[in-house]
Design a protein around this ligand. Sequence first.
Ligand code: SF4
Length: 438
Amino acid sequence: MKVSIVSLGCSKNLVDTELILGSLKKVGYEISPSEADADIIIVNTCGFIGDAKRESINTIIELAEYKYRGKCKRLIVTGCLVERYADELKRELPEVDSFWGTGNLTKIGEVLRKEKLKKIYKSPPGTLYDPDTPRILTTPSHTAYVKVSEGCSRTCSFCIIPKMRGPMKSRPVRSIVEEVKRLSDQGVKEINLIAQDMTSYGRDIGTNLETLLRELAKVEGIRWIRILYCYPWGFTDSLINLIAEEDKILSYIDMPIQHINDRILKLMNRKTTRSDIEDIIYRLRTKIPDLTLRTTFIVGFPGETDREFEELLEFIKEVRFERVGAFKYSREEGTKAGEMPEQIPEDVKEERFERLMETQSEISLQKNLQLIGTVHEAFIEGVESNGYLARIPSQAPEVDGITYVERNRRLSTGELVRVRITGADIYDLFGETVSLPN
Ligand code: SF4
C-alpha cells in the first residue's frame, strides 16, 4: 500500500510529518512522492491563522478529488486544524475518512494497518519523540530540524498555539544529543533547533537552552547549529557568550518580537516591555558583532493606533534587523484578542503591512549590498540550469533568501563550499565559489 503525505505549516509540523512517515514505513507502507499514485493520502494541516486555515481546507478538498478519480482509498487529515475543529471538519468534509489531531502521531502507522478507522482520533495535543522513534527526513540530506520541545506555556492573547499543541514539554538533553549524533552519522551537517518557545527550553525539566547548546556543540560532524523561535526572554550573559564564542553555533537568532509599543505588548500579554527588548538586542548586538537577527511583527492588532504603528516603524528603522517577517493580525476565536474591541479594518492592516515590508526591504537591500566582497561558508542546496542554489550561515532554510552561485566548478547538493558574494538584491545574494573549506 502506497502512502503520500502533504505537509503544511511550520517546521514543527514538518517534523511531525517526518514522524508520521517513520511510523508508516515501520509497518510496511511504501512512501509515494505523488498523490496520484497513492492508496492513502495524508494531509498534515496548519490551523494557526486565517490564511493557513484556508490553505489547509483547500488542500484537503483538492486532494479529495483523488478518491473520486484516482487510486486513493483513504484520505486522512492530521495536525493543528483538526486539533481546533475536529467536529466541524467531520461535519463539513464527509470525504475525509479519519481526522487525527497533533497528539500520538507516531502511532498512525499501526492504527492504519490494524484498525477499522475511527472518524476522529483525539489524544493530548502535541507529539514528542526520542532518538529511537522512526523518522524519515524530508529535508535535503545535509540539513535537519530538531524539535527540542513541544507546546507552549505562555499566554499571548492573539495566539491559539497552546490550545493546539498543549503546554510546553521539553525533551531531555540526552535525548536531543543522541538524536543529533545519529543525524550526524547520517551525514547531516546543519541542525536547526525548533520549538514554540526556544529560550524557555528545559524550564519544565530543570535544565536550559545553554546546557543543551554546550552538549550539542560537542557532537562530531555537525558544522552549523541554528537557534529558531526564541522568545525575548532568558538571554543570560553566559548564553549570549556561548553563542558568540562557539563556532558551531551560528551567529543567527530568530526572535519574534511581535510589537514594540508597551501598551500593545501589554494587550498582547507578552510579559515584556520595550526596554526589556531593547536591552536584549543591545546585548546580542554588542556580544555577537556579525549577528543575523531575524524577527516577526504583527500589524493591525486590536486597538493599534496610527501613532503606535509609527512607533513600530521607527523602531524597525533604528534597529535595522537583518530579517523581518510580518503578519496582519488574524482574529482567532478562542483567543483573548479575538474578543477585544477596536478590531482594525482589513484595508488598514493591509496598508500597515505594505508599509512595514517596504521599510524593511530597503534595510534588507542595504545590508545585503554590504556583503559584496565578503567570503562565507555555504551549503549547496540544489542545482539549477545556470548555477547552484546555496545558503550561507545567515540564511535559514525556507524562511530566508538564497545565494545563487555561479557554475565555475562541479558541485553537488549538500557540499560545503566557500563563496565570495559578488552581487545582492533585496532578499537574495549572488556569488562564486572560491575554495573548499578546510
Ligand atoms: S510564545 Fe509563541 S507559541 Fe507561545 S503563546 Fe506566545 S506566540 Fe504563541
